[in-house]
Design a binder for this molecule. Structure first.
Ligand code: SF4
Length: 329
């Protein structure tokens, strides 16, 4: 059994100072961290409890018309908040697609950003090979069951996917992650927050050591009238996405003015389908146009042995999500 020390942080600065010691991790809702600790995937020497930091709580409007969601806001509270439901229904839908009601009641927004992959071989320490868990050890998934793994942006070091639903919606909404650390505060555009695996799959994000997520900022709402989060999974609840799509549109009558499309379940990070977005601008939502645009999202896909179905599934999910965002029944 490993000895773990525990410290309750009284303010942000004492939390950051405590995190400067090696082996320290922050604990908020703990819904992923405790799983990782029970499985022996993560073995922190010290937990810094941030759940009492009032500065990280609450949902507040921003001067530009956007919304700030504190890192400690529970997923269920964010999903059901009036401003989120009315102004960012895409995000509310994504929250409610994730996990179970009990987990959503505990899990925080900051923790959801850091949710780790659900690759079977990452969680099962009986497999010695996992570059994400033990850098340089290899990747057991490459010779294993790859049904849930990536088809885009993977490397020969890691083919894991990001499991979060919230992250996919935040990618489509161009959110900004606010952090504070030893070097001060900074704002990280969402596209730059999560990493592709490359040769450092042990690093999921671009957070620097000791940095604490304080909030997520949403830009002014542009897509409340036309958005859809569509999640395809093995069962109707409490399952991770095989493929998910966050689709957000601005429409001029029946014509697309702006499109944002992000995919989940296909890559190490939420995957923005930029070519699909561009192909939709100025077009009507007829099925042929949508199929052509969806095909662009999986150009260059490299499916693994067991997940070629995701290439087709992703295209069909994109078409359906856009149709529903545009108002189709
Ligand atoms: Fe580990 Fe990534 Fe390979 Fe899974 S895919 S076993 S997380 S290195």
């Amino acid at each position: 059994m490993d000895a773990i020390s525990y410290q309750r942080a009284g303010d942000i600065h004492s939390a950051i100072e405590a995190a400067s010691q090696p082996g320290t991790v922050f604990i908020g809702g703990g819904t992923n961290l405790l799983d990782l600790m029970k499985q022996g995937v993560t073995r922190p020497a010290r937990l810094v409890d941030i759940t009492h930091l009032q500065d990280l709580s609450g949902i507040a409007p921003l001067p530009d018309g956007g919304l700030r969601i504190g890192a400690l806001v529970r997923n269920s509270d964010a999903a059901n908040h009036t401003w989120v439901r009315e102004r960012y229904p895409l995000l509310s839908q994504a929250f409610l697609s994730g996990a179970s009601a009990q987990l959503r009641n505990m899990a925080t927004v900051g923790g959801n950003l850091l949710q780790r992959t659900r690759c079977y071989y990452f969680y099962d320490t009986a497999f010695a090979q996992c570059n994400k868990r033990a850098p340089g050890s290899g990747c057991a998934a490459l010779d294993g069951n790859t049904r849930i793994h990536a088809i885009l942006g993977a490397s020969d070091q890691c083919i894991a996917t990001n499991p979060s639903d919230m992250n996919v919606a935040l990618a489509a909404l161009d959110a900004v992650v606010r952090v504070t650390g030893p070097q001060g505060e900074r704002a990280i555009p969402f596209a730059q927050f999560h990493r592709l695996p490359g040769d450092r799959p042990d690093l999921d994000t671009t957070l620097a050591p000791g940095e604490l997520i304080t909030a997520v900022d949403l830009p002014p709402p542009l897509f409340a009238a036309h958005s859809k989060y569509l999640k395809v999974r093995d069962r109707a609840s409490y399952a991770f996405a095989l493929v998910s799509v966050a689709a957000a549109l601005q429409m001029d009558g029946g014509t697309v003015r702006t499109a944002r499309i992000a995919l989940g379940g296909v890559a190490h990070k939420p995957w923005r389908a930029s070519a699909t977005e561009s192909a939709l601008v100025g077009k009507t939502l007829d099925r042929g146009t949508l199929r052509d645009a969806a095909a662009l999202a999986v150009q260059g896909a490299k499916p693994q042995r067991d997940n070629a179905f995701k290439v087709t599934l992703a295209q069909r999910a994109i078409v359906r999500a856009i149709e529903q965002a545009g108002g189709a029944a």
